[in-house]
Write a protein that binds this ligand. Structure first.
Ligand code: PLP
Length: 324
C-alpha cells in the first residue's frame, strides 16, 4: 500500500471516530448508517479544513512564511480553522470575508476575532481579489505571507483527504458508499485519489452545496488528477468518474431551508449529533431524500462523513430556534 509522502504538521486529533447511527437508520427504515466525526478534528471546533491545514502549514513553513492570508464567506469555517492553525503555529493571519460586518458578531466571525486574525471585509468586491492585494501589501511590508488557497483546496490540501481514506480503511468498517458535502472540491478530490491508492471500491457521493453538478465534477476531476500527480500516482480522473448530486441547492449557498433545518433536527434528536446549516445540514438532507427516493438502497452500508461547520449554528439561531 502506498503512503502519502508529503511534509505534514500534526495538530489534528486523528483518527477521527466512526460511529454507527442505529436510531437514525431505524427511523429511516435503512440504510445501515455510520458517521465519521471530522467535526471533531480538535482544532477550534474542528472540521474538514483542519486535515488540509496540516499539509498546507508544512508547505507554508517550507516557504519561510510568517503570516497566512485566506478568504471565504462571512461564516467561513475554512477561515476560522486557518486562523486557529496560524495561532497555534505562531503565524499572523489575515482573513478576507465576503460582504460587510454583520451584527451580532457570532459563530465563526466571533471565533476569528478570538483567534486573533485580522478581519478584512471585502464589501462589494471579490474577496479573492482583495486577498491577493492584501498578499502583495504584506509581501512589500516584509511580513512573509503565504496564501492558503480557497477552501484549502489545492493539490497539497486535497492530499489530506487521500490520507483520510487510508485512515478510514484501517478502522475496519466495510462500506458501500460515502456521502459528504462538497463545495470547493478538495475533500472529494482527495477522497477519490485515496480510494484509488488504497483500493476503496464504494461510491463517493458529493452533495453539492453551491454549484451545478457539471461544474463541480469538472473541478473535482481536474483537482484529483493534479493531486494524484503530486502524490506520484499514475491516475487520471474524468468528470464522469465523479459522483455529484446538485438536487439540493435550494435557495443557494448558505440559504437554509426546510431540507437543512429538518435534517439538523433529525440528526440532533435521534443521535445527539449537531450538523451545520450550510454544508452538513444540506448533505444530510440530501442523504435522507436519496434514501426516500430509493436512489440509495435500503441495505447499503453508508458513511456520512461529517465535515464540521458547527459554529455556524449560532449565526442561524433566529431561523433554527423552536417556533421559528
Ligand atoms: C469547506 C466545507 C465543506 C466542503 O469541503 P470542500 O473541500 O470545500 O468541498 C464541507 N463541510 C464543511 C463544514 C466545510 O466547512
Amino acid at each position: 500500500m502506498s503512503s502519502i509522502a508529503l511534509p505534514r504538521l500534526a495538530f489534528a486529533h486523528l483518527p477521527t471516530a466512526i460511529e454507527p447511527m442505529p436510531r437514525l437508520s431505524a427511523h429511516l427504515g435503512g440504510a445501515h448508517l455510520w458517521v465519521k466525526r471530522d467535526d471533531q478534528t480538535g482544532l477550534a471546533f474542528g472540521g474538514n479544513k483542519t486535515r488540509k491545514l496540516e499539509f498546507l502549514l508544512a508547505e507554508a513553513q517550507a516557504h519561510g512564511a510568517r503570516s497566512l492570508i485566506t478568504w471565504g464567506a462571512a461564516q467561513s469555517n475554512h477561515c476560522r480553522q486557518t486562523a486557529a492553525a496560524a495561532a497555534r503555529n505562531g503565524l499572523a493571519c489575515q482573513v478576507v470575508l465576503r460582504g460587510g460586518p454583520t451584527e451580532p458578531v457570532t459563530g465563526n466571525v466571533l471565533l476569528d476575532q478570538l483567534l486573533g486574525a485580522e478581519l478584512i471585509w471585502a464589501g462589494e468586491r471579490d474577496p479573492g481579489e482583495v486577498a491577493r492585494e492584501a498578499f502583495d501589501r504584506a509581501w512589500e511590508q516584509g511580513r512573509r505571507p503565504y496564501m492558503i488557497p480557497f477552501g484549502g483546496s489545492s493539490p497539497t490540501g486535497a492530499a489530506a483527504y487521500a490520507a483520510a481514506i487510508g485512515e478510514f480503511l484501517n478502522q475496519g468498517v466495510s462500506l458501500d458508499r460515502i456521502v459528504l458535502a462538497s463545495a470547493s472540491g478538495g475533500t472529494q478530490s482527495g477522497m477519490l485519489v485515496g480510494a484509488r491508492m488504497y483500493g476503496f471500491e464504494g461510491r463517493i457521493t458529493g452533495i453539492s452545496v453551491d454549484q451545478p453538478a457539471s461544474t463541480l465534477q469538472q473541478l473535482i476531476a481536474s483537482l484529483a488528477t493534479q493531486t494524484a500527480s503530486l502524490l506520484h500516482q499514475d491516475a487520471t480522473f474524468e468528470p464522469a468518474d465523479v459522483d455529484v448530486n446538485d438536487r439540493f441547492l435550494g435557495g443557494g449557498y448558505a440559504v437554509m431551508g426546510e431540507l437543512e433545518r429538518g435534517a439538523m433536527r433529525t440528526f440532533a434528536r435521534l443521535e445527539g449529533l449537531i450538523l451545520d446549516p450550510v454544508y452538513t445540514g444540506r448533505a444530510a438532507g440530501g442523504l435522507i431524500e436519496l434514501l426516500r427516493d430509493g436512489d440509495i438502497d435500503r441495505d447499503e452500508r453508508v458513511l456520512f462523513w461529517h465535515t464540521g461547520g458547527t459554529p455556524a449554528v449560532f449565526a442561524y439561531a433566529e431561523q433554527l430556534k423552536v417556533g421559528a
